[in-house]
Design a binder for this molecule. Sequence first.
Ligand code: S3P
Length: 172
Amino acid sequence: EPRCDRNTNIFLIGPMGAGKSTLGRLLASALKRPFYDSDKVIEDRCGAGIPWIFDIEGEEGFRIRETQVIEELTQEQGIVLATGGGAVLKPENRNALHQRGFVIFLRTTVEQQLARTNKDRNRPLLQTENPRQRLELMREIRDPLYLETAHLVIDTDQRPPRQVMLDIKKKL
Ligand code: S3P
C-alpha cells in the first residue's frame, strides 16, 4: 500500500449514493487539500449537465469524457478526487487510479443507495422502471472492479459522513 503523505492523492470510488462527493468534500477540508469531483469537472468543461451528455452522446460519449478527466486529474498531487460510480469500468481508469493515489472504495447497501438517490434527476442510469434492480445488476458487475482498484474499503452504510471521514483519516 502506498504511504499516504501530503502529496499522495486520495481517490474515492464506489457506486452512486455511497457518499463519495459528500465525504470527499469533508475529507478535503479536514486535510486542507483541494477537492475535485470528476462529474462536476466534466459538466463544467462541457457546459452541460450529465443527463444532457447521456442524451446527446450516449453513455459511451460520457465515458470518453470521464476517462480524459481521470487521466488528467490523477496526475495532480495531494488532491482528493471523488469519481463517478462507473469510472472503474475502463481498465485505463482502474490503472491510473490505483497507481497514482491511495484509492478508497466507499461501500454501501442498495437500500442506502436508493435513499440517497431518491428522485435525483441527475442520474440518467436510474431513470428506469426498477432502479433497485438496476443498482443490484451494476453491483454484480462493478463490485469486483472496485475491490481490485482499491487500497482500502470503508463501509458507509448507516453512518453519518463526519464519522466515516474521521475513520478514513485514521487509516490514511
Ligand atoms: C454513474 C454515476 C454517476 C455519473 C453518471 C454515471 C455510474 O456518478 O458519473 O451518472 O455509471 O454509476 P455518481 O456515482 O457520483 O452518482
